[in-house]
Design a protein around this ligand. Structure first.
Ligand code: ATP
Length: 324
């Protein structure tokens, strides 16, 4: 969950690292342990089953994120396996703000296409832990790195699942803002679930602006850098579609579409490519349906991009015959 602060230079927004002086100088209020009645409702079953952190045994570290560690854990009595994300009490304000955002959103969501939250715990020292379903095949990024490229049939299946997740989120006025392969978890059944809501936004009104400069730069849509040119009535939802298009094209190509294989991104060059260059397109060998799907996602002008519901009926996605 890269967090980048806003700076205006000419007409574009340049990615800047966190600036300490801009952080609030007061600690954020801690939400109650179960966060809200919605959280309690969403996690009621699991909270009854896992009501104390002490009932969980840590099996291994899955990975480290921005300020937190994710463990594979097992419930001592039921032997059920979960993922436990722990953020320490002494983490900086930005990290704590992100974990609260993630808690708030995970506690509201209940979809087979969004990683499920089974409980939220707060220790007296201020450590916060989110108990999630364990996704045993990692992320689409780890799969790409280990398996190489994906064929179109697999991508149609993946696209359909991500679109169903985004459909759920957008219907609940949640904009993810950081869709990318490493935030899409996978299990052995090839179920794909959206995760990592630290920079997401809950829209209060339909036309809420959604221009805060957070997320991972490489997957950001042109209007997030330059809303004046590309984002008439920009409200954020279309940004998730751009990121989806880039994600699927990356899985098809085996590398990030704006860069040749193996090249590390230089943010200024990348931003110019996103804003001033042509959007990346699928290679010649791709089917017409896939090429069209990617084109519908990667429209530079946000209002021309297809919505989630339009994309769900795109012929490329209907290639995937599995039922939801
Ligand atoms: N529910 C889960 N099941 C399995 N693995 C998970 C789960 N949640 C997170 N992980 C893995 O744990 C690692 C750390 O995840 P985390 O969300 O803390 O950070 P991140 O997304 O890698 O980085 P950042 O915080 O910078 O966005 C990642 O490799 C992620 O794929």
């Amino acid at each position: 969950m890269a967090v980048i602060r806003e700076r205006r230079q000419l007409n574009l927004r340049l990615p800047l690292p966190e600036i300490a002086e801009r952080r609030p100088r007061f600690p954020l209020p801690l939400p109650p342990t179960t966060v809200s009645s919605a959280a309690a409702a969403a996690t009621a079953t699991a909270i009854q089953e896992v009501d104390r952190l002490a009932d969980l045994e840590k099996l291994q570290v899955i990975g480290h994120g921005n300020g937190g560690t994710v463990y594979k854990v097992r419930h001592k009595r039921t032997l059920a396996t979960y993922a436990l994300k722990v953020v320490h009490g002494d983490s900086d304000t930005t990290v704590r703000r992100q974990i609260f955002r993630e808690m708030e959103i995970l506690s509201r969501t209940d979809s087979p296409f969004v990683v499920r939250c089974h409980g939220i715990f707060e220790k007296p020292a201020g450590d916060i832990a989110i108990l999630m379903e364990y996704m045993d095949s990692g992320t689409l990024e780890t799969l790409r790195k280990s398996n190489g490229t994906f064929n179109e049939a697999s991508l149609a299946n993946i696209a359909r699942q991500i679109l169903n997740g985004l459909n759920y989120l957008h219907a609940h006025k949640i904009v993810h803002r950081d869709i990318k392969p490493s935030n899409l978890l996978v299990n052995k059944k090839m179920e794909v679930k959206i995760a990592d809501f630290g920079v997401s936004k809950i829209m209060c009104r339909t036309l809420d602006p959604c221009n805060s400069y957070v997320g991972t730069c490489a997957y950001m849509s042109p209007e997030r850098f330059d809303p004046d040119t590309y984002g008439a009535n920009y409200n954020g939802y279309a940004g998730d579609i751009w990121s989806l298009g880039l994600t699927l094209l990356e899985l098809y190509l085996g590398h990030f579409p704006f860069l040749p294989p193996g090249q590390r991104p230089d943010w200024a060059t990348l931003m110019c490519a996103i804003c001033f260059g042509e959007p990346p397109s699928s290679p010649e060998g791709a089917s017409e349906k896939f090429r069209s799907f990617i084109e519908c996602c990667l429209q530079k002008e946000s209002s021309k991009r297809w919505t989630v519901s339009q994309l769900l009926s795109h012929p490329f996605v209907s290639m995937d015959r599995r039922s939801d």
